[in-house]
Write a protein that binds this ligand. Structure first.
Ligand code: ADP
Ligand code: ASP
Ligand code: MG
Length: 414
């Protein structure tokens, strides 16, 4: 029997009515002949509320205790969904990450899944159960400690399970009915996409489009697992299919615009101009597990350099400490930080070999008076760091400049 994995996000299970609604979607899929695995997030804003609560009791949250705390959110949803399924006359069993055997790296707050045990899972499915699994959590293979996969990580639980079980597809049910050309909360005129390639979706997700967890798209891409983004409130709407770029017709150079407000800029100022300095800076950060995103080195008039880079705001305090120590070691003048930045990006597989796309983005920003602080490009994306206050304005201007509001039904990618 084919296997279908369905993931329901926080909004889709926010209350009893929603839980009953998603339970019916799972039972209907079983009636259509699928073995069904359901992955659920914590109800509504539970995870945010738990984080706020932790911050109310301590100034320095402990990563191990935070994982134990946050994993409870999903543990509440799973038995509720299982029992709602029982009420519809179907068999269901709920499982935490520990119970099912979702093994991860030994890292709190952002662990990667390393292995999923499927024996027990397959037995439950063969016995006619809908298996309801807690998203976002696992256990460290090394220590048995509870770990979490990073905010939004239930998407990754779902895709990893789909791959491990050889599922036919992984459906991600969320609070929007499709992937749009940009966040519809920022641009009301954003267009729906019927399909998007793994490559573009991975870039959009990594560049701040919250709709899918980047690691989920990466796994789907590596194992060619078809994914759909759809709404539990409109179960008959097919949403957006995420699939291989080879199967797509690329009509537009740009397929989407993303905004990321989670980064901060760090600059080491007055750096002596000699070989080995950049290596020293970034080796020290890598040793502390700090991921650096954009990097710009510029030479100022007195022959000294400035090395500027962006990091996640959560790692800013640690980054600043390390950078200040490095500045002393290499004889640099000082370290400055700026949390008031945003990164706006355009993504599109259709921009390969088409000149002028980056220029079009810069012009849209210039025309709306937005100053660019840093630029980085890859084959299918262009990103600019700008002032945080200009974020929404920049997205709107770029979206309009590339006429993404006019992606009509006929020209949508299929
Ligand atoms: P869930 O709780 O279901 O995992 P998320 O809040 O993580 O849902 O993701 C859905 C949100 O992603 C939407 O409400 C939307 O505001 C945001 N989003 C950002 N970029 C996009 C995009 N390009 N297309 C659709 N939604 C987007
Ligand atoms: N509940 C977690 C979060 O809010 C995981 C998820 O929803 O995907 O980030
Ligand atoms: Mg999410």
């Amino acid at each position: 029997m084919p296997i279908l994995v369905q993931k329901f996000g926080g909004t889709s299970v926010r209350d009893a009515i929603c839980i009953k609604r998603v339970s019916k979607i799972a039972v209907d899929a079983q009636k259509q002949g699928f073995q069904v695995v359901v992955v659920v997030s914590a109800m509504g804003d539970t995870t945010d509320n738990l984080i706020d609560l932790a911050r109310d009791v301590t100034t320095k949250t402990d990563p191990r205790e935070m994982d134990l705390l946050l994993s409870t959110g999903e543990q509440i949803s799973i038995p509720l969904v299982a029992m709602a399924i029982h009420d519809l006359g179907a068999k269901a069993i709920s499982q935490t990450g520990l119970q099912v055997g979702i093994l991860t790296e030994d890292r709190h707050g952002k662990a990667r899944i390393t292995e999923i045990r499927t024996d027990k899972l397959k037995k439950y499915l063969d016995d006619g159960n809908i298996v309801v699994i807690a998203g976002f959590q696992g256990i460290s293979a090394a220590t048995g400690e509870i770990t979490t996969l990073g905010r939004g990580g239930s998407d990754t639980t779902a895709v990893a399970l789909a791959v491990a079980l050889g599922a036919e597809r992984c459906d991600i049910y969320t609070d929007v009915d499709a992937v749009y050309t940009t966040d519809p909360e920022i641009v009301r005129e954003a267009s729906r996409l019927n399909a998007i390639s793994y490559e573009e979706m991975l870039e959009l997700a990594s560049l701040g489009a919250q709709v899918l967890h980047p690691r989920s798209v990466e796994i789907a891409k590596n194992y060619k697992m078809p994914m759909r983004v759809r709404s539990s409130f409109k179960p008959n709407d097919q949403g957006t299919l995420v699939k291989g770029v080879g199967e797509m017709e690329l009509n537009n150079p740009v397929s989407g615009v993303a905004l990321d407000e989670s980064q901060a800029r760090v600059a080491i100022v007055g750096v002596p101009d000699k070989p080995g300095i950049a290596a020293k800076v970034f080796e020290s950060l890598a040793k502390k597990n700090i991921s650096v995103d954009m990097i710009v080195q510029s030479t100022s008039q007195d022959g000294l350099n400035e090395i500027a880079f962006t990091v996640d705001k959560d790692t800013l305090q640690d980054t600043k400490k390390i950078a200040e120590q490095i500045a002393v070691d290499i004889g640099a003048k000082k370290v400055t930080t700026d949390t008031n930045i945003a990164k706006v990006s355009i993504v599109g597989a259709g921009m390969i070999g088409r000149p002028g796309i980056a220029a079009g983005m810069f012009k849209a920003l210039a025309d709306s008076g937005v100053n660019i602080q840093m630029i980085s490009t890859s084959e299918i994306k262009v990103s600019c760091v700008i002032d945080a206050k200009d974020g929404d304005k920049a997205v709107k201007a770029i979206h309009k400049a590339f006429e993404l509001d006019k992606v009509s039904k006929e020209t949508q990618r299929v």
